[in-house]
Design a protein around this ligand. Structure first.
Ligand code: PD2
Ligand code: ZN
Length: 281
């Protein structure tokens, strides 16, 4: 038998991961495998594969490509298909960009009026099963448009695809949320937790989420900003503006923990676009 084709059993894989978790350096693991008769090349390949699979399961494998605006040379305005959009803030880690005037006032009004009759208590994806559930951390009401469902939704989706250089069919349908006074969305990550049993089911529709665009459809009198607690950042909710953030790993190292701060006075309307790694079906 070709010695480079020794089988890597699940037990061996588990043993390699246990050694690494116990602090054994890779050359120690390699020496132990050599001593029990493993060919060096095969042992190295097995260690690499086992650790790579383990990191993948933990969401900390190599980052995947993410949506990104073209901000070379720090332009103050970028062309997004049919519209000029302002660049108000950018941050490297977490990767956050705040855009001004992504939507017109008329588009904000139209989205609110189309969404209003369809609002229901917000549900979140239930990662244990892949279903959806009402979530106490989320005291808003919401609805989803189908991708391209009407003219204004289709126009905004084309604009986001052009702005972020990300295919239109990699986007989920636009979600509209309404928060009344006191309502909030407690800090969370938008990617799906790789450790949850329902995640593989969720990932069948287009893979992981890799980016989020939260668009503000009105300006609450006070409160309602989008917060990034890891870095102490709060983006003010101003009509037509949007906050974009991306995450090439499904892991807190991306520092993309974020929440919707409580609305202190007035109400808040947002539209959220989540972008997937692949085609969202
Ligand atoms: O409404 C927000 O500011 C907000 C905050 C955090 C929206 C979302 N997450 C979201 O839709 O994922
Ligand atoms: Zn979110």
């Amino acid at each position: 038998m070709d010695p480079t084709r020794q089988a890597i059993t699940p037990e061996l894989r588990r043993w390699i991961v246990e050694q690494a978790r116990a602090g054994q350096p890779p050359d120690g693991v390699l020496a132990a495998m050599r001593a029990s008769g493993w060919h060096e090349d095969v042992a190295i390949a097995a260690i690499e594969q086992a650790l790579q699979d383990f990191l993948q399961e933990q969401g900390i494998a190599a980052p995947v490509p993410v949506p990104a605006p073209e901000l070379e040379g720090s332009p103050s305005v970028v062309r997004a298909g049919d519209r000029d959009v302002q660049v108000l803030l950018q941050m490297a880690l977490p990767r956050v960009v705040v855009f001004g005037a992504l939507l017109s006032a008329a588009e904000c009004e139209q989205l609110i009026e189309l969404a209003r009759p369809r609002l229901a208590r917000s549900q979140t994806v239930q990662q244990a099963t892949g279903g959806s559930e009402v979530n106490a951390a989320r005291t808003s009401r919401g609805m989803f448009f189908q991708r391209g469902e009407n003219e204004v939704v289709a126009r905004i989706e084309r604009r986001i695809a052009a702005l972020l250089h990300w295919p239109l069919d990699h986007g989920e349908g636009l979600q509209v949320l309404h928060y009344g006074p006191g309502a909030e969305y407690q800090p969370h990550h938008d990617y799906f937790d790789p450790a949850q049993p329902g995640t593989p089911t969720i990932l069948r529709r287009g893979g992981q989420r890799v980016g989020t665009v939260v668009m503000y459809l009105n300006t609450p009198a006070r409160g309602g900003g989008t917060t990034f607690p890891d870095v102490g950042l709060e983006v003010g909710a101003v009509r037509g503006n949007a906050v974009f953030f991306s995450y090439g790993r499904a892991h807190p190292v991306t520092k993309t923990l974020h929440g919707g701060a409580p609305v202190v006075e007035g109400e808040k309307w947002v539209a959220t676009k989540w972008l997937r790694e692949g085609v969202f079906t």
